[in-house]
Design a protein around this ligand. Structure first.
Ligand code: ZN
Length: 163
């Protein structure tokens, strides 16, 4: 998409807001599972997303932002959530991290595509900066995944299990 600066900023604000909301849900869920370590990682992610959101809002001062139409930027649910609105409350730390990583990767690709396809120099510059930031998030989640035990119970691997 050949975004104008205003379009790009509006989408980036929506993307970061979505990320903050989803991370807050994941953090609460991990807390309910008594997994304080992963909960605090997700709370850090909430903070980063909010900081990023706020700095984009600040960058958008004086820019008249378009109202976004329907946009496919909700986070994708993990398969075991069955496409419902809510997360699967039984989501374990490993799957929660993997799920967050998938969505961070999408954000990274989104920003990087926006930068490549836009002909606006400022969009290119900001998109490259944001994509680099998302790359760091993907790496942080990779580090955690490497340290987190993959669920070994056979039912945990089966997304179609009965509940
Ligand atoms: Zn991110």
């Amino acid at each position: 998409m050949d975004y104008t600066l205003a379009q790009f900023l509006a989408h980036a604000i929506a993307l970061e807001r979505e990320a903050a909301e989803r991370y807050l849900e994941l953090a609460d869920m991990m807390e309910a599972h008594r997994n304080d370590e992963v909960a605090s990682l997700f709370r850090d992610m909430v903070r980063y997303s909010r900081l990023h959101h706020d700095s984009i809002v600040e960058r958008a001062q004086g820019v008249s932002l378009p109202t976004l139409g329907p946009w496919d930027y909700a986070w994708r649910q993990p398969p075991e959530a069955g496409g419902e609105e809510a997360f699967d409350p039984t989501l374990n730390a490993y799957d929660a991290l993997r799920y967050a990583r998938e969505n961070e990767l999408r954000a990274m690709q989104y920003y990087s595509d926006a930068g490549i396809t836009s002909s606006d120099e400022e969009v290119k510059r900001l998109a490259a900066e944001f994509a680099a930031e998302e790359t760091e998030h993907v790496q942080a989640l990779d580090d955690w995944l490497a340290r987190t035990k993959r669920p070994s119970a056979p039912w945990a691997a089966d997304p179609h299990r009965e509940r």
